[in-house]
Design a protein around this ligand. Structure first.
Ligand SMILES: [Fe+2]
Ligand SMILES: [Fe+2]
Length: 214
């Protein structure tokens, strides 16, 4: 394992955790029909705003974990094609991270204080998956993205009606995550067992429950 991979990884960790990652794509906007609703979103009731802020904090933490998972896998993945796939997907995850961070600011709230811990845990999980080989690593991406899609569906249902800005972001993320999962399978990922997926759901529950509040 080359030292420059480690240095790049450390640099990316700092940038992720300090909110310095910039998006390459513009922030998704609500469709024109929702423009009026968008104006309303700027004066959301305080309770809606707090709930939406907490939901977006969870999603922001999810994207911090995505950075760590992809970087961890890229660190240990043996096949350069897989490494490249990870880097491409990670670039889109960086957009998600930056969009969520921007929305958190608009909702007058902050990222989760637990992000460094989630980053470290996810990085180790990613690195372990990478060591297990490309099929497992890509299967892990598919299983994770399936999990994230389910989670985003729940959040889209829970998001206050008035928050069309967050909705537009989550819908674009949902589309990207589904594609990441499909691409990982197409690249040779081995589907995970139902049991492993259930275990992953439990881990995700801990993350979502804590980062909603802390
Ligand atoms: Fe993402
Ligand atoms: Fe993704």
């Amino acid at each position: 394992m080359e030292i420059d991979r480690l240095v790049t990884g450390f640099d990316r960790a700092l940038r992720t955790l300090s909110g310095q990652q910039a998006a390459q794509r513009p922030t998704p906007k609500a469709p024109a029909t929702s423009q009026a609703a968008q104006a309303v979103a700027d004066v959301m009731p305080e309770s809606d705003k707090q709930h939406a802020g907490a939901l977006m904090r969870v999603n922001h933490t999810g994207e911090v974990c995505a950075q760590a998972l992809y970087d961890g896998q890229a660190l240990t993945a043996s096949d350069s094609v897989v490494t490249e796939h990870m880097r491409d997907a990670a670039a889109e995850e960086t957009d998600h991270l930056a969009w969520c961070a921007e929305r958190l600011e608009e909702l007058d709230t902050r990222p989760s204080l637990l992000n460094p811990f989630f980053y470290a845990g996810s990085y180790l999980m990613g690195a372990a998956a990478g060591l297990a080989g490309d099929k497992v690593s890509l299967g892990f991406v598919e299983a994770t993205e399936a999990q994230v899609c389910k989670h985003l569906d729940e959040h889209l249902a829970q998001l206050p009606e008035s928050d069309v800005r967050s909705r537009a972001i989550l819908e674009q993320m949902r589309a990207d995550e589904a594609r990441h999962g499909n691409e990982a399978l197409a690249a040779g990922g081995e589907p995970f067992s139902a049991f492993t997926k259930r275990m992953m759901t439990l881990v995700a529950k801990v993350m979502t429950a804590t980062s909603y509040r802390i």
